[in-house]
Design a protein around this ligand. Structure first.
Ligand code: SF4
Length: 136
């Protein structure tokens, strides 16, 4: 049986805009169904200096899921724990798909939830790639 490495996904806090809402919802979809064996790190706790969160990101492959090009989660992980295994920039994905960000950052409509599911599928591709499965 092939042993697949544990992977951590880290959403940016994303309270500033609806792109951040998409990153958080897509990450929850991963944890609650798409790839339930995946674990997450709490970015605010990580930034506050928690040694357990930072050590995890040093020892295990970690994938930041950022709402926009500022890539706060990726930069934080790379600053305090080292290189990330792969990353997701939701704003870049929306540009690639020619899709607009949700209008509301608190309430997602049906189309927005579908967009979050597409983002979750992209996260899943990267998890598979990191674990040595299909191409990302
Ligand atoms: S990456 Fe963008 S959306 Fe996420 S917390 Fe930073 S500024 Fe906000």
């Amino acid at each position: 049986m092939k042993i697949r490495p544990k992977v951590g996904v880290v959403s940016c806090s994303g309270e500033c805009c609806s792109l951040g809402t998409l990153s958080r919802v897509a990450t929850r979809l991963i944890l609650e169904g798409v790839r339930p064996e995946t674990v997450t790190l709490c970015l605010p706790l990580f930034l506050a200096g928690d040694s357990g969160e930072r050590e995890f990101a040093q020892r295990f492959p970690t994938i930041p899921v950022d709402g926009c090009h500022k890539q706060c989660a990726k930069k934080a992980i790379e600053k305090y724990s080292g290189p990330t295994a792969a990353d997701v920039d939701v704003e870049a994905l929306l540009e690639e798909w020619d899709e607009k960000a949700p209008e509301d950052r608190r309430v997602l409509g049906e189309a927005d939830v579908e967009l979050a599911e597409r983002v979750a599928a992209e996260i899943a591709k990267r998890i598979d790639w990191v674990q040595g499965g299909q191409d990302a």
